[in-house]
Design a protein around this ligand. Sequence first.
Ligand code: SF4
Ligand code: SF4
Length: 336
Amino acid sequence: MLTAAEVKKQARALGADAVAIGSTDRWEGAPIQMDPRQIMPEAKSVVAMAFRVMRGSLRGIEEGTFFSNYSAMGYGGLTYLYMPLVVINLSKFIEDAGYEAFPMGHQSDWRAVDNVGRPRENYSRPVAPGRAAPDVMVHLRIAAYLCGLGEIGYSKVFLTPQFGPRQRIGLVITEAELEPDPIMKPGTLCNRCMACVKDCPGNAISRDKTVKVRLGGYDVEWGDLDCAACDVAFRGGALTDEPLTPEQAYMEPKNGRNVAPAPWTPFAHKPKNVYNTGQAVCGGRGCLRACMISLEKRGVLENRFHSAFRRREPWSVDWRADRATPASAAEAKEPD
Ligand code: SF4
Ligand code: SF4
């Protein structure tokens, strides 16, 4: 019979950086659109794996000199290239032992709900009564928490004892019954230092408004995330009511407002995506880098370094002069 220890050993050998297992009964009461048992009704276990973002992949953004590495190697490439190979090969290992396994190594692009769980209108319909509309979206962070891989931080980013906020999550859902790991008590890693809130350039994480849910026998709470604000800020954009010429616009308007380059991007226009989703120009200034710096300072992470991450003052770019109209630029010019 296949054991949890064998599955974890294989997952690590294949390239996962941390592994934990949860039993599917931990999803009891979950919304139908997010329940892995809707995908595989006889599933008994979920294997959650962390794939680390190299701290060095954030170095170029920290220094303001190389931005695409995090988006490519730490974001899109990890999600769409590296992780699928590991979850596919782990699923093969489990299926070779005679248990069906579902490799979930990418985001659920065809899901029937949007980022905040609202149904997408006129999109898909259940094929039979009692079944979810396709595609089901298994919430990766909640799954990782229910497997005991770590906890959901105040920033809503998933934190592990190994890497803090520095990883992406992949899953294998399987009919194999495997020994589950204990769920991590909320507050084990996140001490509500609020560094994520303070340093988020888009003010996307609320300091006061929170979301509370009961998960795996614990009350779990995170700061209310303004997805629309993050959506613009993380790409390096700043909403403005100023009229902008096409040369001055950073990207297409959002919700009827123009988007200018923000002080946390060195690019005049949003660079193209790498590996589909990779366009994280802000480099998780609050929810990733500030959080990691805080957790490293407290000495709570297992992946340790000889030098602190932040070595120089954070940079910013002043784009205002570029937006001055020819008239105001002329006014600003010193008289001869
Ligand atoms: S920055 Fe502090 S409050 Fe925010 S998630 Fe990290 S540990 Fe929690
Ligand atoms: S990705 Fe950037 S903008 Fe979005 S919440 Fe994190 S720090 Fe804020």
